[in-house]
Design a protein. Structure first.
Length: 367
């Protein structure tokens, strides 16, 4: 299996953008070894925007028509963000429909331990713990296994996956799990063994998924998935450090969702990476994810200082003269100068389906 690495220097991220081939992406993206961009951790951490990638791909000489599938998949990310902005914490619960056939609110032990018996999924989970990445099809397979075969409510398994993802984004993650579970879609997503074999290049048979789609209606929870458990998901926060604020300079607040190294870089400013314990208690992340954030910010944002504590405590402790931060649903308690995030299109607000949103967005494209 391909070894996937995520560089920690912005110049290497830019090089990765230059290697995008949207035509190959369109033809191969559904296969686990397809020509995908591996840019998701940088999008989720606010290092690059979907708009920037979109513009750079067109600058490579590809037409909008050639790039349409790639643009559409980027737009899914913006779509999830628009739902989060509109619905806020409502996305933490069944959004449109109540999840049906729920027998537990934990997660199957065999999924966590990569011992389901489905080789492609087990191999992917082992690699996931090492590199913090899963191909989108594998995320859907795991979610389908957890929600629609093991009959777990989507919430805790979604948090387990989020915990380990380098590209952890609560909107993309939670709403995708809800899409699979049928709480944010018209029907549940189910994948059988033939589907998994096709896109994962395996030839496995005689598994509990080696059935027709009609047989899923009467499928009982397989013995391999029966044992469930809750797992402690705790964020390994670093120690609080001493920081110094120059009151004559503006202060720029970075966080888990904003590590933009180009953000007003020409301005001499106090640059603070704010890690709020309350945030990470609600949305815990792994040591791998924490280290990725800390190392990238240290390598690419000059003179950044780390503050472990709440936003209001930072203000009380240091009384900065001017605070700048980027808009985000989890930053509603911040105060200061709010800077909008970049999205590909100007379309805002809640749309009940992606394709109603996409239809509106497409009007801004020039073919």
């Amino acid at each position: 299996m391909k070894i996937i690495k995520f560089p920690l220097h912005f110049s290497e991220v830019q090089e990765r953008i230059q290697q995008i081939n949207p035509v190959k992406y369109s033809n191969t993206r559904n296969y686990i070894d397809g020509s995908v961009s591996y840019l998701s951790p940088y999008i989720s951490r606010g290092i690059i925007s979907t708009k920037d990638i979109f513009q750079q791909v067109l600058n490579l000489g590809y037409s909008v028509k050639q790039s349409e599938k790639f643009i559409q998949e980027l737009t899914w990310r913006d779509y999830w963000q628009q739902i989060w902005i509109a619905k806020e914490k409502e996305i933490n619960f069944d959004l449109k429909n109540k999840q049906l056939k729920v027998s537990n609110t934990a997660i199957s032990k065999s999924i966590v331990e990569a011992n389901t018996g489905i080789k492609a999924i087990d191999t992917a989970i082992v690699n996931f713990y090492n590199n913090g990445y899963l191909h989108n099809h594998l995320r859907m397979y795991i979610a389908s296994l957890a929600c629609n075969v093991a009959q777990s409510h989507w919430s805790f398994p979604a948090k387990w996956m989020y915990y380990h993802l380098l590209d952890a984004d609560w909107a993309s993650n939670a709403l995708s799990w809800q899409w699979v579970a049928g709480t944010n879609s018209n029907k549940k997503y189910i994948a059988n063994q033939d589907n998994i074999n096709r896109y994962c290049h395996t030839k496995q048979s005689n598994t509990f998924l080696d059935i027709s789609y009609d047989d899923f209606d009467t499928l009982q929870i397989p013995k391999e998935l029966l044992e469930t458990n809750f797992y402690l998901l705790k964020t390994p926060l670093p120690e609080k450090e001493f920081i110094k604020i120059d009151e004559k300079k503006p202060t720029y607040i970075y966080n888990f969702y904003n590590l933009d190294p180009l953000w007003d870089q020409e301005i001499c400013a106090n640059r603070i990476l704010l890690l709020e314990p309350s945030h990470f208690n609600e949305y815990p992340i792994s040591l791998n994810s924490m280290n990725f954030m800390l190392e990238f910010s240290k390598n690419n944002i000059d003179n950044i200082q780390l503050y472990v504590g709440e936003f209001n405590d930072f203000i009380l402790d240091h009384a900065p003269s001017e605070v700048n931060y980027k808009e985000h649903p989890l930053n509603s308690h911040y105060s200061g100068i709010k800077v909008p995030r970049d999205f590909i299109f100007d379309v805002k607000g809640y749309y009940p389906s992606f394709f109603s949103y996409w239809k509106k967005c497409k009007k801004e494209l020039i073919y």
